[in-house]
Design a protein around this ligand. Structure first.
Ligand SMILES: NC(=O)c1ccc[n+]([C@@H]2O[C@H](COP(=O)([O-])OP(=O)(O)OC[C@H]3O[C@@H](n4cnc5c(N)ncnc54)[C@H](OP(=O)(O)O)[C@@H]3O)[C@@H](O)[C@H]2O)c1
Length: 246
């Protein structure tokens, strides 16, 4: 497993993200790109180390039907929290509740900040203790308006702003009045702890406590079209490109 380029063969040095994997113990090696890879462990370490969730708290996750977000919601439930997910469209919101066990789902499409603020408030009647942010923009602004005192905001990703002029978090002032801790999170620093996190996530999968989904396309010649699916929301679960040459 490594952080390599989109290529059919890689010549790599040991160390950093590069580590041997045992493909005999898993149903498919692709699991090392999803649940047991950097994505699943972003959810694992991001929520637990940066978020410090406590039972009874409410965790709000954006990009919730995606690879990271769907794992965050499930880990929040394992920790005894209320999980509220934000995703695009009725079908993804249905999956949040029925497939991933979220307590409530908010469909953000076509809604302004005020409407989203109200709908998040209804989905999180006791307020939000942790925001796990994958999207940014209006969605983050609406989440900020529902924060509780001494809450935590984990900035994991701002995918809505990767290809546009950033709008900024206009309601950041809420973090002052709520005395919120805002933490930027990057999985890179956790590479030495991957085997520790992977072992616990593998146990949850074996016990049926965590479900993960993969959206697998194939063909290195399709790299660009497949990558762009991340930005149009055409994936549910981890988007994977199979580049094996056979
Ligand atoms: N900090 C780290 O170490 C780290 C590590 C891995 C990933 N990340 C970040 O985590 C986030 C999720 O990554 P992922 O790999 O799990 O991707 P993903 O969630 O599986 O796919 C991206 C999803 O984001 C949503 N999205 C895209 N553009 C949007 C927009 N303009 N407004 C609202 N939602 C939008 C889409 O879902 P909808 O259909 O619901 O809109 C899309 O399916 C990304 O921001 C990524 O950069 C951070």
């Amino acid at each position: 497993m490594g952080l390599n380029k989109v290529e059919e063969y890689s010549l790599v040095l040991p160390g950093g993200f590069t580590s041997p994997i045992d493909v005999d113990i898993v149903p498919s090696p692709s699991i090392f790109l999803s649940a047991l890879g950097a994505v699943g462990l972003t959810a694992y370490f991001g929520l637990q180390d940066a978020g410090q969730p406590k039972a009874g708290e409410t965790v709000l996750v954006s990009g919730a039907a995606g690879a990271v977000g769907s794992m965050v919601g499930q880990i929040a439930k394992i920790k005894g929290c209320r999980a509220v997910g934000i995703a695009g469209g009725a079908e993804k919101c249905r999956r949040l509740i029925e497939d991933y066990g979220f307590d409530a789902a908010v469909d953000y499409r076509g809604k302004d900040i005020d409407t989203l603020t109200k709908e998040i408030g209804e989905a999180a009647p006791d307020g939000v203790d942790i925001i796990f942010e994958n999207v940014g923009g209006d969605i983050l602004d609406a989440g900020l308006m529902n924060l509780n005192e001494y809450s935590r905001v984990i900035l994991c990703g701002l995918i809505s702003e990767y290809n546009t002029e950033p709008k900024g978090a206009r309601n950041l002032w809420q973090t002052i009045v709520k005395q919120t801790t805002v933490k930027g999170f990057l999985i890179r620093d956790y590479a030495p702890r991957f085997s520790e996190g992977g072992a616990e996530v593998a146990g949850w999968i074996a016990d049926g406590k965590v479900r993960f989904d993969e959206h697998i396309d194939s063909g290195i010649e399709n790299s660009f079209e497949v990558f762009m699916k991340l930005f149009s929301g055409q994936n549910t679960g981890k988007l994977i490109l199979d580049v094996s040459p056979d």
